[in-house]
Design a binder for this molecule. Structure first.
Ligand SMILES: O=C(O)CCC(=O)C(=O)O
Ligand SMILES: [Fe+2]
Length: 357
């Protein structure tokens, strides 16, 4: 397994593929309230909703990187176990559990090239009803996963604090919504994409916007692509050792009345020499409780109040089901939900849109 801290044991990411130059925000500076770093964070959250977060020198940053590396090993043990064993933990209606390779479709209606295990946060933290059956390899590594989850949640909280300030919201607005004390559908998502047959390369995970609030993503091998605002050309994100990739999800667009952005992204086979590598990723998907309202926040001087809410007054739980139903009906639900960066209608086949996280 390649290292998340250095690129020396990973085949090189090629220099000749189109990449997006995401800003690199320093967690240490954010944590100490650095103004310029905070402004850079807010700018990218309104433009693409994506950025790299440098963890290396932040307090606890290296501990998190080490734990993520260990968590990758745990997921590798799970994904390399026999299919019949993995299938004993099937996908639940909440999208948690094991999604087999090919369990969803890609743009052309063919099966995806990605297997996923979603570990519910509530189960890890002992909140709500915990009648989930957890695969033994994840179950026996709970201490590691809980520590890793708490660190990723704390990273998301730091981002929440800066967004509160820039949106002129009362302190702790987003933090309180996402408190670890409340039951929520948040999860740790482990993904595995094996190398593909070079003569038959297809999208591994189709285009989507994340339907939570903030995703803290770790990957080592390339393949993640973003469709930048006002563009029809997918661009690769070049993984940077020591950094997480952060992206905002749909709730942030709703609550901010479109000031923040949740951007379309997908995963394709790794480029160049990386194509022969197994690709593992870990996404901490921070979500609000199911009963949380999705209406835009009627506070502060930044969130526009004059327009209609995109999704009307509904709870997060209802929003989640509506989005999934819309996708089933073939409705393009991304074009008015991505936020400020969008002023052209993106032409995407509705079949490409799926609520994956
Ligand atoms: O594997 C990746 O790099 C991205 C995964 C992703 O977009 C997701 O889990 O929602
Ligand atoms: Fe995603």
């Amino acid at each position: 397994m390649p290292s998340i801290n250095s690129s020396s044991d990973t085949p090189a990411f090629p220099g000749d593929v189109p990449t997006i130059d995401l800003p690199r925000i320093d967690l240490k500076k954010l944590s100490s309230g650095d103004k310029a770093e905070s402004n850079a964070l807010f700018k990218t959250c309104t433009e693409t909703g994506f950025f790299l977060l440098d963890l290396k020198v932040a307090d606890g940053g290296n501990d998190l990187l080490k734990e993520v590396e260990d968590a990758f090993q745990v997921s590798k043990s799970f994904f390399t176990s026999p299919e019949e064993d993995k299938c004993k933990f099937p996908l639940l209606p909440s999208n948690l559990g094991y999604k087999q390779m090919g369990g969803t479709k890609i743009e052309d209606g063919s099966p995806d090239r990605c297997e996923i295990y979603g570990f519910p946060q509530d189960d890890l933290l002992g909140l709500g009803e915990s009648n989930n059956r957890i695969p033994p390899v994840f179950d026996s590594n709970r201490a590691l996963l809980i520590s890793c989850l708490r660190r990723m949640h704390s990273v998301a909280e730091t981002i929440c604090r800066h967004l509160d300030a820039h949106l002129d919201l009362p302190r702790d607005t987003f933090e309180a919504i996402h408190s670890l004390d409340k039951a929520s559908p948040s999860s740790m998502r482990f993904l595995h994409m094996p190398p593909q047959e070079p003569s038959n390369l297809k999208t591994s995970l189709m285009g989507h916007t994340d339907n939570g609030s903030i995703t803290v993503l770790f990957n080592i091998i390339g393949g993640l692509q973003i469709l930048p605002p006002h563009s029809c050309e997918w661009k690769y994100v070049r993984p940077k050792p020591g950094c997480a990739i952060i992206n905002l999800g749909d709730t942030m667009v709703q609550w901010s009345g479109g000031v923040l952005r949740s951007n379309m992204h997908r995963v394709v086979p790794p480029p160049g020499a990386q194509a022969a590598s197994d690709r593992y990723s870990l996404a901490y998907v921070l979500k609000p409780p199911k009963e949380q309202s999705m209406s835009r926040l009627k506070m502060g001087r930044v969130i526009p109040q004059e327009e209609e809410d995109f999704v009307g007054d509904c709870t997060y739980g209802e929003f989640h089901s509506k989005k999934a139903a819309g996708v089933r009906e073939g409705k393009n639900l991304a074009d008015n939900q991505e936020g400020k960066g969008t002023n052209v209608k993106i032409q995407i086949d509705p079949q490409q849109l799926v609520s994956v996280a």
